[in-house]
Design a protein around this ligand. Structure first.
Ligand code: NAD
Ligand code: UDP
Length: 329
């Protein structure tokens, strides 16, 4: 008898995690979503709860976990600056202790394990676009370090488990991803701009808006993660997963105002400490190894995102989002 693939998704109630759980359920897997609901929510997984192949477990991955599964996707970690700077010690802890616990679990059950790493391992990059061979430019003592260095250390642990124990590991370096179910108060630029535009409030561009990012639609990112997980054991990554279309934050603000039909104006605030100035993935490796490239245009992806936030704003009374979204600077 063919046994259903049992897949553990840590951070499964978050933005990316909930989309990944849905995708895995569609493929016929049995999904165990593990989350402590720090930044995720039960709303994100609500529609899945009635699926007999879906199970949600409240658990903090900085503590050991004993479950029997065939694959592990390790996504648990607050991901937006406002969230990961809220409790920086916990952020490093979830990246490092969380990775150790999930690697230990994967080793015991002999399961392939995928780490949701990040373009932040490149810091404020001096190489452009960023290839996987670039070692990065991270300030180890700045306010972003809890996240950046935590994720870098997690990559180290993954490769040491591979070298020491021969484990099948996969590292995806995910670049800025956007889409429905981003959390409304996370301060990330796309969610914040869309919500402000829909409310007719000013869009706050940090600095002069010349810094760039490259935004990938969530379905494309999830497709890249699933393709990477299902590669042969020799394939470890790291592999960049992101969209190569690079825009300045100033351009992004204007695009969102135009696409929402908003009358919002643009205002400027101080650039946060260590904010990377340029970011664009080189995705040659993802193309060669996974046959993957993003297929959703920004216009299509952002329309879906706008519709999501529009419905959310109409359905709930949501408190105003502070114009300056940074908790700690
Ligand atoms: P998110 O905040 O929506 O999801 C993270 C999830 O992890 C949340 O549901 C949260 O409650 C959970 N979590 C946090 N700490 C936990 C703990 N100790 N134990 C169990 N669960 C815990 O963020 P996201 O955007 O969905 O990001 C998911 C992963 O992808 C993160 O690891 C992030 O670093 C990585 N990533 C995301 C992006 C992006 O643009 N979204 C880019 C690069 C990397
Ligand atoms: N940003 C901005 N206004 C906001 C939120 C963010 O100008 O309301 C800028 C931020 O300074 C950064 C870029 O947008 O240069 C992307 O920020 P985000 O937090 O979304 O992602 P990250 O910096 O982690 O890539």
């Amino acid at each position: 008898m063919n046994r259903t693939n049992r897949v553990l998704v840590t951070g499964g109630a978050g933005f990316l995690g909930s989309h990944l759980c849905e995708r895995l359920l569609r493929e016929g897997c049995a999904v165990l979503c593990v989350d402590n609901y720090f930044t995720g929510s039960r709303d994100n997984i609500g529609p899945m709860l009635s699926n007999p192949r879906f199970e949600a477990l409240r658990h903090d991955i900085t503590f050991p976990l004993y479950v029997e599964v065939d694959q592990v996707y390790n996504l648990a970690c607050p991901a937006s600056p406002i969230h990961y700077q809220f409790d920086p010690v916990q952020t490093t802890k979830v990246s490092v202790h969380g990775a150790l616990n999930m690697l230990g679990l994967a080793k015991r059950v002999r399961a392939p394990i995928l780490q949701a790493s990040t373009s932040e391992v490149y810091g404020d990059p001096q190489a452009h676009p960023q290839t996987e061979d670039y070692w990065g430019n991270v300030n180890p003592i700045g306010p972003r370090a809890c996240y950046d260095e935590g994720k870098r250390c997690a990559e180290t642990l993954f490769f040491d488990y591979r070298r020491q124990h021969g484990m099948p590991i996969k590292i995806a370096r995910i670049f800025n991803t956007y889409g429905p179910r981003m959390s409304i108060g996370d301060g990330r630029v796309v969610s914040t701009f869309v919500v402000h535009a829909l409310r007719g409030e000013p869009l706050t561009v940090y600095g002069n808006g010349d810094q760039t990012r490259s935004f990938c639609y969530v379905d494309d990112t999830i497709d890249g993660l699933v393709k990477l997980m299902n590669t042969p054991h020799e394939i470890t990554g790291p592999i960049n997963i992101g969209n190569t279309r690079e825009v300045t934050i100033g351009e992004l603000a204007s695009m969102i105002i135009r696409l929402t039909g908003s009358k919002s104006r643009i205002i400027h605030k101080e650039l946060p400490i260590d904010d990377p100035m340029r970011r664009q993935p080189d995705i040659t490796r993802a193309g060669d190894i996974l046959g993957w490239a993003p297929s959703t245009s920004f216009e299509t992806g952002i329309q879906k995102t706008i519709r999501f936030f529009d419905r959310l704003l109409q359905s709930k009374r949501i408190p105003p989002i502070p114009a300056s979204a940074r908790a700690v600077q």
